[in-house]
Design a protein around this ligand. Structure first.
Ligand code: ITT
Length: 206
């Protein structure tokens, strides 16, 4: 049976090109057209939540209500033990509103510098993924990936804090991993794996 094209569209409510690239690979088997906020008009959503899950729901619901499309949103960030879990939900805003990825991870390295000698560079990426359909309660799944913050950046791949995150499962930095390796163990990959049945069921029926 062939599906009408409109039923096979999934909106990923993000402005982050790195997340979008990974998500497209992660849902490739669903055979859906993935749109992002760059393709549609929707009011900007303020991330006022105190948790990844709250913010993921805010982003997914906002874009879903504005467009009527099945919508996924991801709220994610890096928790560093030596910083009591910061930058956490504020990972994107950590170095100010106009900072780029490099400025953010350099600020992080600078903040950890005076703490050298203490064995607390352990850290984890967390991701909450929310899926929203018009008029329905959002579904949320979460994933985490353990590692530590390196002293100097390594690797050219990935995005965001990847060059300074040494992933325990891969035994290399996320920026040294290729896309498939990272997706297999990452916070985003794990959250989406838990969401896979919900998405498959929806798009099978759509
Ligand atoms: P959207 O809200 O539009 O999706 P954003 O970049 O603002 O994009 P978040 O509010 O979820 O996203 O902030 C996530 C922050 O954590 C951001 O600075 C990312 O670069 C970083 N981050 C999240 N996942 C990451 C990953 O897999 N690798 C490296 N950095 C990541």
């Amino acid at each position: 049976m062939t599906h009408p094209p409109a039923a096979k569209r999934l909106l990923f409510a993000t402005q982050n090109a790195g997340k979008l690239r990974e998500l497209r690979e992660l849902v490739a088997a669903l055979d859906v057209e993935v749109l992002s906020l760059a393709d549609i008009t929707a009011p900007e959503v303020e991330e006022t939540g105190e948790t990844f899950a709250e913010n993921a729901i805010l982003k997914a619901q906002g874009a879903c209500e504005a467009t009527g499309l099945p919508t996924l949103a991801d709220d994610s960030g890096l928790e560093v033990d030596a910083l009591d879990g910061r930058p956490g939900v504020r990972s994107a805003r950590y170095a100010g509103p106009d900072a780029n990825d490099r400025q953010r991870y350099e600020k992080l390295l600078g903040e950890l510098e005076p703490l050298q000698g203490q064995n607390k560079r352990t850290a984890r990426f967390r991701c909450a993924m929310a899926f929203c359909l018009p008029g329905a309660k959002p579904v949320v799944h979460q994933g985490a990936c353990e590692g530590e913050i390196m002293h100097t950046p390594r690797g050219e791949g990935g995005f965001g804090y990847d060059p300074v995150f040494f992933c325990h499962a891969l035994q290399k930095s996320f920026a040294e991993a290729d896309a498939a390796e990272k997706n297999r163990v990452s916070h985003r990959g794990k959250a989406l794996e838990l969401m896979a049945d919900v998405l498959r069921d929806y798009f099978r029926q759509a």
